[in-house]
Design a protein around this ligand. Structure first.
Ligand code: F6R
Length: 366
């Protein structure tokens, strides 16, 4: 049932191009309008939305960090991302024009469900993004997008995350269109570029195996690792750090690269691994400057960089490439090397990548 792969995690990582395609099937009508049939909300209801909360836990929360950039960037609606366990126990500002987007692979995470229920009582519209048809999150939301990842067996979420990011990107496009901030032509173009990430992921899977292995060797004996980036890179650094710690038991932390000099740079001594998302983006030069500061203190730098960027080798000891892609869509491709790296480090450290200790696939108690 592992389809020839040594573990479910690798099998599921390799399914990601399909997940992108399946999540997008039938979503763009010939008119250029987005078609989300289970939307459950009319365009009029969406048009009044003036605040968005994305609530989720763990990896799903990290998908929310990406969504914030897209929803604010494309639809110009203020968006906050919050751990469901925090959201449910405070008194967030919710009005009938608030949209709560609940993201949950399993669709049954206790805190996420409790947050949905609370938000609805307070009058919010709730939109679910889940992988499980008919799950509590799907049933208790006004509308839903299914992530089409199919069953995920490895405890560490990979393909579901990609499905979540693709679905949230669709939602951000829809909000941008409804709010009149994106034209139909822009939506169509971005939609097609979103679809192209399927092939871009495939390219990473096909060509970067050796680079991932080299980078993993550089991390495997470390006691701790830092993940850094800016913008989309900062968002997925969180996911890279979570993947690494949950399956390899190596302590890892994510920091926005610009925050390094406000504390974490003190950690760096010779050989300390810094994994940087340094793809071409408006803040690329800034990230490279931060990496130079790490390099000067002896850090061992592993960069996820854009194909063709040879300059990055001046500062990075190891480079894993991803194809060039628009910054807004870069989280999808740049996450894949981080997943592969975490898995490879875990294997080198003799860990069971599919069944990490102390973790359950579905967290139905708080
Ligand atoms: C990490 C992981 C967990 C889940 C979290 C939320 O790899 O799988 O952090 O993302 O428990 O689960 P769902 O998405 O089912 O609500």
């Amino acid at each position: 049932e592992k389809g020839g792969y040594p573990d479910f995690m690798l099998k599921e990582i390799f399914e990601q191009p399909r997940v992108v395609r399946d999540t997008l099937v039938g979503r763009l009508a010939p008119t250029g309008e987005l078609d989300i049939d289970e939307l459950g909300l009319t365009y009029e209801q969406l048009d009044v939305i003036d605040r968005v909360y994305v609530i989720a836990c763990g990896t799903s929360y990290h998908a929310g960090l990406i969504a914030k950039n897209l929803i604010e960037g494309w639809a110009r609606i203020p968006c906050e991302v919050e751990a469901a366990s925090e959201f449910r126990y405070r008194n967030p500002i919710i009005t009938p024009s608030t949209l709560v987007v609940a993201v949950s692979q399993s669709g049954e995470t206790a805190d996420t469900l409790a947050a949905i229920r609370d938000a609805r009582i307070k009058g919010a519209k709730v939109f679910g993004i889940t992988n499980v048809v008919g799950s509590p999150v799907a049933r208790e939301s006004d509308g839903v997008i299914y992530t089409k990842a199919n069953k995920e067996i490895a405890v560490a979420s990979t393909k579901s995350f990609i499905g979540q990011v693709v679905s949230l990107t669709l939602l951000a496009l829809l909000l941008g269109q409804v709010k009149g901030k994106l034209t139909t032509a822009q939506v169509r173009m971005l939609f097609h570029e979103l679809g192209d990430t399927a092939e871009q992921i495939q390219w990473v899977l096909d060509t970067q195996k050796e680079a991932v292995h080299e980078a993993a060797l550089a991390c495997k004996d470390a006691r701790s690792a830092l993940f850094v980036g800016r913008g989309m890179g900062a968002a997925i650094s969180n996911e890279g750090a979570l993947k690494l710690k949950e399956i390899s038991y190596l302590h890892a932390e994510a920091y926005a690269a610009g925050e390094m000099k406000h504390g974490p740079i003190a950690l760096i001594d010779p050989g300390f691994p810094v994994i940087a998302v340094a793809t071409k983006s408006p803040t690329y030069d800034k990230t490279v400057s931060n990496l130079k500061e790490c390099e000067a203190r002896g850090a061992r730098i592993i960069a996820v960089a854009t194909e063709g960027d040879e300059d990055i080798r001046k500062v990075a000891d190891h480079v894993i490439y991803v194809p060039a892609v628009r910054d807004a869509l870069s989280a999808i491709t740049a996450t894949v090397p981080l997943q592969l790296l975490a898995r490879e480090v875990a294997i080198l450290r003799g860990c069971d990548v599919d069944q990490p200790r102390n973790l359950a696939k579905s967290v139905t108690v708080e």
